[in-house]
Design a protein around this ligand. Structure first.
Ligand code: NAD
Length: 280
C-alpha cells in the first residue's frame, strides 16, 4: 500500500484564501494587518524565507515591511528598532528572522518584542501561555503541523504521537500542542536510547531533527501518519528528515518535502498577524 500524500501546499493555499477574506474585512474597517520583518545580515537562506513571507503577505492583502539591517548592526541599534516597532500601531506583528549574526544576543532581542506582537510565539510569555493553554501566539511551524494533521482528519486524542527533536522552535512546542489535543506524546532526542523503537510505536510520527533521510521504513508502524519537518540541503536539493521513497510504502499518510510543512509555516504566520490585528 502506498501512503496518501498530504498536500501542505494546497491546504496552506486554502487557509491563505480564507485569511485574505478576513484581511479584506479588517481593511474595510481601516485596520489593515501589518507584519514587519527584521532581517540582519546576508544569510542566503534567511533572505529566501523573508522574500517568501513578504510575497505571501502581499497576496493576502497584509501590509508587509522588511527592515534590512547590515551584518555589523549593534545590539543597541536593533533594540532601538524593536522599541520603535512596538510603539507603531500600524505594526501588528514583528518577526526577527533568525539566526542573528553571532555578535547579537537573540534572547534579549526576542524578549524586547511586545508579546502581543510576537507572531512567531518565541517570547517567554507566549512560551509560558502555550504550556498552560492560555492562548498566546504559538510558533508557526508547530501550529502548521497541528493544522495539517487536523485538516487531514487524522484522529489525535488517545493516539501515540512521537516527536523526534526537542528544539524550542519545533520539537517542544509541537509536543505540547499534541498533548493539549489529548495525544500520548513521547519526545525523542539525540540522547534517546533507541529512537527507532520509540518511532515504531507512533500513530503519528513527527520528525524535526535536521538529518537527511534519518527515518527509514523499519522505523514506521504500518499505516502511521508521518510528518516530515526537516529541511536539509543535499547536493543542491532539499530533502526531509524522512526517507520519503522508502517510508511512503509503509505509512498511511506522509508529508512531502518540499510541499508539506513548509507552506503551512507561512500560512500560520499570516494567520497570527491577522489575529494580532483583529485583537486590536
Ligand atoms: P535543532 O537543530 O534546533 O534541533 C534538532 C533536535 O534533534 C535536537 O533536539 C536534537 O536533540 C535532536 N536530534 C538530533 N539527533 C537526533 C536523532 N538521531 N534522533 C532523534 N533526535 C535527534 O533543529 P530545529 O530547529 O528543531 O529544526 C529541525 C529541522 O526542521 C531542520 O531540518 C530545520 O531546517 C527544519 N525546520 C523546518 C521548518 C519548516 O517550516 N518546515 C521550520 C523550522 C525548522
Amino acid at each position: 500500500m502506498t501512503a496518501k500524500i498530504i498536500d501542505g501546499k494546497a491546504i496552506a493555499q486554502e487557509i491563505r484564501a480564507d485569511l485574505a477574506k478576513h484581511v479584506a474585512q479588517l481593511t474595510a474597517q481601516g485596520n489593515t494587518p501589518g507584519l514587519t520583518v527584521v532581517l540582519v545580515g546576508d544569510n542566503p537562506a534567511s533572505k529566501v524565507y523573508v522574500r517568501s513571507k513578504q510575497r505571501a503577505c502581499e497576496e493576502a492583502g497584509i501590509n508587509s515591511t522588511v527592515h534590512r539591517l547590515a551584518e555589523e548592526t549593534t545590539q543597541e541599534e536593533l533594540l532601538d528598532l524593536i522599541t520603535q516597532l512596538n510603539a507603531d500601531s500600524t505594526v501588528h506583528g514583528i518577526l526577527v528572522q533568525l539566526p542573528l549574526p553571532g555578535h547579537l544576543n537573540e534572547e534579549e532581542v526576542i524578549n524586547a518584542i511586545l508579546p502581543e506582537k510576537d507572531v512567531d510565539g518565541f517570547h517567554p510569555i507566549n512560551v509560558g501561555k502555550l504550556q498552560i493553554g492560555a492562548g498566546g501566539f504559538v510558533p508557526c511551524t508547530p501550529a502548521g503541523i497541528l493544522e495539517l494533521v487536523k485538516r487531514t482528519e487524522v484522529p489525535i486524542a488517545g493516539q501515540n504521537v512521537v516527536v523526534l527533536g526537542r528544539s524550542n522552535i519545533v520539537g517542544k512546542p509541537v509536543a505540547t500542542l499534541f498533548l493539549q489535543e489529548n495525544a500520548t506524546v513521547t519526545i525523542c532526542h539525540s540522547r534517546t536510547k533507541d529512537v527507532a523503537a520509540e518511532a515504531r510505536r507512533a500513530d503519528i510520527l513527527i520528525a524535526a531533527v535536521g538529518r537527511p533521510k534519518l527515518v527509514k521504513r523499519d522505523w514506521v508502524k504500518p499505516g502511521a501518519v508521518v510528518i516530515d519537518v526537516g529541511i536539509n540541503r543535499v547536493n543542491g536539493k532539499i530533502v526531509g528528515d524522512v526517507d520519503f521513497e522508502e517510508v511512503k510504502e509503509v505509512a498511511g499518510a506522509i508529508t512531502p518535502v518540499p510541499g508539506g510543512v513548509g507552506p503551512m509555516t507561512i500560512a500560520m504566520l499570516l494567520k497570527a498577524t491577522v489575529e494580532a490585528a483583529a485583537r486590536g
